[in-house]
Design a protein around this ligand. Sequence first.
Ligand code: KG4
Ligand code: ZN
Length: 363
Amino acid sequence: MTTVLALETSCDESAAALVMGRRVLASVVASQVEEHARWGGVVPEIASRRHVEALPGLIDRVVRESGLSLADVDGVAASVAPGLVGALLVGSVTARTLARLHNKPFVGVHHLEGHLCSAQLLEPPPPWPHLVLLVSGGHTELVRVDGPGRYRRLGRSRDDAAGECFDKVGRLLGLGYPGGPAIQAAALAGDPVRFRLPKGRVSRPEGGFHPYDFSFSGLKTAMLRQVRQLELERDPLPVADLAASFEQVVAEVLVERSCQCALDQGLGTLVLVGGVAANLRLRALLEKRAAAAGLVWFGAPLQFCTDNAAMIGLAAVQRLEAGLTSPLELGVMARLPLENAGELYGAPNGIQANGIEWPLRYS
Ligand code: KG4
Ligand code: ZN
């Protein structure tokens, strides 16, 4: 069975995992959330420094917990795109050094491919083909998956990602960072239909609306206006009702457009992944609407919705089993469309063996 040591350092979670086939032998995440919370968001320089400090201990721990040694693994993997460049470099350099040292192949992983694979950790896993709703702090996408590495993006957010919107509204309501879990907790005691909020449609140049695209900037502004209006009334801010109404409208938009997309594509299976997939109101609504539409839905296991290295390990297992590895000279990229994840294997453009043309892009 293919066994991989995987590292994840694309944003503010340092993580390591040992994965054997679809089995997670050990997985640990060191979150930096408390440190970044002081600044109201992720500070890239701090994130990189903390990854450097955390990784050696995390790697030792997963190796010990799995009962294996690095001699037993078939490859060493790390997220290499998209993400914060300095943060990605820490995981990537560490993984490439270990690969070289132990004479193992290196597998660079597209972070979003990792999120897609988090649902493959379910037993049984969702069958292909299926539609994935990927909702994280950096991305909101509808992706058709026909098999490992076979992706087609059908919808996306034109502005903020859903998780980013949770984080900004969390700050607006004085709930702190990250906003997602804080809004979910505050919303428990709230009325989800007290405030009417916009569903953010994206117009098409030829008229009408894009059926599968999202826009969250209008919703963010509507929340700001509502809060300012309520502040004028000088009563205590109804934080629970605001949080519940916000969470409800985000869940409705995400669920309605993904169910429609799956039906239009003739796909019977809908898969929910990414940090926002941990949201219980979203999961409950998807459960209800998918059943009504005759769709089967799968939600990534809760502990593997937010960033972790087990999902990166699984993506690497699938690439290794397809006979693919990455060149040791592979750089990291702030951006890389999921459809181009294949560039991370073989000899992608711009890579030369002597390393003169490094494929490091800062855009
Ligand atoms: O996937 P992730 O860990 O990182 C990225 O790749 O971006 O997602 C983090 C995002 C944050 O914006 C956080 O607020 C959101 O996921 N999140 C949630 C919940 N838990 C995390 N959003 C809504 N409800 C939650 N329970
Ligand atoms: Zn992520």
